[in-house]
Design a protein around this ligand. Structure first.
Ligand code: 5AD
Ligand code: SF4
Length: 454
């Protein structure tokens, strides 16, 4: 008898990408065969995000579309944060869905699927604070970098955020287990790891902090690049910053969610830092790592945000000089404290939209200006994949800039020194510098243009 086939479609953050890799790995170990598309698959799983209403609406729409790919006996399942948030009500909302499984319940997936294939309609959404899926062998799709979850859940409880409710309390994997996975990644031919956690730099396994983790991962032979996402500003201890500066594999890029530049809004968001505190964190990072590149997340239209508050966000963005920013309109999530704020303080949608548009323009203008100054500079890149359009290959600098390269003589996974020859304002085109052999362990390339203003 042929093996049952499974297709997983993933939405949301890298943690979901990593969870899908774990689910594929576990199902392969239980006799399933992974397929590239939903058409005729025996099992279709949609791994979902609940962070904003828009993300959920997209999934609802997609579940409707996927229905036409179901054959007799196909099980349609919903996994991830939306599954956790909505639980059995999802089975009512979408009658063709027969399995709802939250982020801590993937261990039971083979048995749950068994039940669903027998015609049961099943929900599994219990939290399990011990669960790290240690014995799962993820099936990785990225050929050059590996997502390594080091922490699950979140203890911060920012007032807008659903994550603490969908992913539960914060817990970290044991350092030894992380190191063992990183060693396996190297054996599998990869040289970059991205350490994942909701507030990844608060990592603690009871004995080791995030600084120790960075040093341990850096000492794994064969690892050339270490990234992590997303940190919280309050968890950048001096020890963590020192480890970032001293471990040569740690790349010169930090994605540091700011959310707002206004103290009033930050307080209502319960972000637990002030504008000054955030600025100080950036200054400490830049003092230790002068070529550091920053990206961020910002929410506009949070309840109570005035024009003045928004201007504070704009001015901090201009001052700190982000390479890029993911910008969002506040989206009320049921059950979070922000939804219980005085409705009179809610920002009208047209006002929030106008702020979002302005903020995007400010971020783009700043990035463009800095990127133009980088033309002619040389950087080490790792060739990551074929570009979506055209013949080019897509590569990344250590500080997270995207560089498109002509494919001649290049293969995915190669490290090269390139010169930046053009920019769209956000991404670059470049050419390989023939004689500049990449060093075994690249230290930050001295950029000949000015470092980002600080
Ligand atoms: N509305 C809008 N954006 C949100 N984010 C988290 N929750 C919400 C919400 N309710 C954003 C934050 C976070 C990123 C992952 O998503 O900026 O850093
Ligand atoms: Fe959500 Fe705040 Fe936790 Fe990030 S730190 S996951 S924004 S609650």
């Amino acid at each position: 008898m042929s093996r049952p086939t499974v297709y997983i479609e993933t939405y949301g953050c890298q943690m979901n990408v990593s969870d899908s890799e774990l689910m594929y790995g576990s199902l392969a170990a239980h006799g399933y065969e992974a397929v590239d598309g939903p058409e005729g698959a025996d099992v279709i799983l949609v791994n979902t995000c609940a962070i904003r209403d828009h993300a959920e609406q997209r999934v609802i729409g997609r579940l409707g579309e996927l229905r036409r790919h179901m054959k007799k006996g196909t099980v349609m399942g919903v996994a991830g944060c939306m599954a956790q948030r909505l639980g059995p009500t999802l089975l009512e909302k979408a009658r063709h869905v027969s399995l709802v499984v939250g982020p801590d319940a993937y261990r039971a997936l083979p048995q749950l699927l068994e039940g669903a294939r027998q015609g049961e309609r099943v929900t599994a959404t219990s939290f399990d604070l011990e669960e790290h899926y240690e014995d799962f062998a993820p099936r990785r799709f990225d050929r050059v970098k590996a997502w390594i979850p080091v922490q699950r859940g979140c203890d911060y409880r920012c007032t807008y955020c659903i994550v603490p409710y969908t992913r539960g309390a914060e817990r970290s994997r044991r350092l030894d287990d992380v190191v063992r996975e990183v060693e396996q990644v190297v054996r599998d031919g990869m040289s970059e790891v991205v350490l994942l956690g909701q507030t990844v730099n608060s990592y603690s396994d009871g004995t080791h902090d995030f600084a120790a983790l960075l040093r341990a991962v850096g000492s794994v032979d064969g690892i050339r690049r270490i990234r992590f996402t997303s940190p919280h500003p309050n968890d950048f201890s001096d020890a963590v910053i020192a480890a970032m500066a001293e471990v040569p594999q740690v790349c010169e890029h930090v994605h540091l969610p700011m959310q707002s530049g206004s103290d009033r809004v930050l307080k209502r968001m319960l972000r637990r830092y002030t504008r000054e505190g955030y600025r100080d964190c950036v200054a400490r990072l830049r003092a230790a790592i002068p070529t550091l590149n920053l990206t961020t997340d910002i929410i506009v239209g949070f309840p109570g945000e005035t024009d003045e508050d928004f201007e504070e966000t704009v001015s901090l963005v201009q001052e700190l000089g982000y390479e890029d920013a993911y910008t969002f309109k506040f989206s009320p999530r049921d059950g979070t404290p922000a939804t219980r704020m005085d409705p009179a303080t809610f920002v009208p949608d047209d006002v929030a939209s106008a702020r979002l548009e302005r903020l995007i323009a400010v971020v783009r203008a700043g990035a463009r200006e800095r990127n133009l100054r980088l033309l002619g500079t040389r950087h080490e890149v790792l060739v990551e994949k074929a570009a979506r359009r055209g013949e080019m290959l897509q590569a990344r600098t250590r500080d997270f800039k995207t560089v498109m390269l002509p494919p001649d003589g290049l293969a995915i996974g190669d490290y090269r020194i390139v010169e930046l020859t053009g920019t769209t304002g956000s991404t670059f085109t470049g050419v390989v510098v023939p004689d500049a052999a990449p060093r075994r362990l690249a230290l930050p390339m001295a950029a000949t243009a000015a470092a980002p203003a600080c």
